[in-house]
Design a protein around this ligand. Sequence first.
Ligand code: SAH
Length: 460
Amino acid sequence: METLPLGFRLRDRSCLIVGGGEIARRKADLVIRAGAIVTVIAPEIDTDVAKMVTEARGQLKQRPWQADDILDHDLVIAATDDEPLNAAISAACFSQHTPVNVVDAPDLCSVIFPAIVDRSPLIVSVSSNGAAPVLARQLRARLETLIPEGYGRLAAFMREGRPLAKQQLADTRTRRLFWEAVLASNIPQMIYDDKAEQAKVALTAMLKDFHVSAKGEVYLVGAGPGDPDLLTFKALRLMQQADVVVYDRLVSAPILDMCRRDAERIYVGKARAEHTLPQENINALLVRLALEGKRVCRLKGGDPFIFGRGGEEIEELAEAGVPFQVVPGITAASGCAAYAGIPLTHRDYAQSVRFVTGHLKDGTPDLPWQELVHPQQTLVLYMGLVSIGPIRAQLLAHGLSEQTPVAMISKGTTQDQQVLTGTLGNIMDVLAGHTLPAPTLIIIGEVVSLRNKLSWFGES
Ligand code: SAH
């Protein structure tokens, strides 16, 4: 982080602004909004600056700046168009450890002014630390439209309710759950509609009846194949609500970062050969956490019900009487195919698609070969890279042509996606020259040849 955003409590503190023109006016406006008492020093002070500052209990000193002017101020802003002067003010402040902002000179600042969305008492600040001010402003404008006008009133209303909630609800977790329930209720709408009295009555009633069920719940959430943009809204909402996140290897780091910041994170592994936690233990862990009253997000790569053992996990939850929800995710087949430019079905090439697992049982793939060699069908092989040799041999032996196109997609949908293509005939040679990092998905069928036609996807 280039700067750490801290909130500066400026109410009744003294702020020195050196400069009396337009730039000074904009800064004065901001610090006055935060309650600062402003002193403006400049040989010439615009009338609107003078008016604004004196109306806000400030002082004007119409003269040049001197080095000892910075003493006794909590914040100094250099807002002149004289660069050497700005640099001198900055140097004086640094030597006194006084926070200083120099307009349009990030290197001379110890504090910067981020772009803000003001919904006081709620404040959102955005800064690119001088790298891309236009980008920061655009983001601020988007947030402006995203955050309802009434959010400030809502935050103020919640602040007012805090002492009562604290009095009636014993611990912090219960209080957090209470406020989450408030936000999910119709109370915010009452505040947006300016019906504060009605909202107060509703809040008091809710507080009286509020109890946290002793039992938690489990959300079995599909996190998609890797790209965080492929999460569903529901997945994101539950990820941000859960107290504990239980995740495995397929869940990418950027997705994990989107879970609630203070949620406990438990890694339960599952690379092909190293089962970090055996499935029974994962099932038992989910039940135990839920029975402790926690909201558990069981985060799985792709879709939880496609080769994800989600079925087994919910079976155990159902037996233990733990409530659960299942959130579907984009499965690797859809994600990888789309990002590699391969349509899984196509009117002319494939009227059906089959998802099969290449996971070996006792060292040999055990699949209904006769059903897999249908010429107008796309085959998608999950966990198939290690067994591609024997699988290929069986498909050929059962009549699939050597010319059948094959694509292997490694780390599909992520920034590291790689795609190798070949045919059933030469795929082992293609593979010999490469190491493909896991996870890898294999797509077999004529649709793979369309990849070349869909040239806008480029080559990878
Ligand atoms: N439930 C998951 C699949 C779990 S099985 C889903 O619906 O996608 C694990 C296999 O999925 C891997 O061996 C690989 O074949 C495939 N896979 C998952 N994510 C992938 C990705 N980003 N790129 C390529 N293959 C992936």
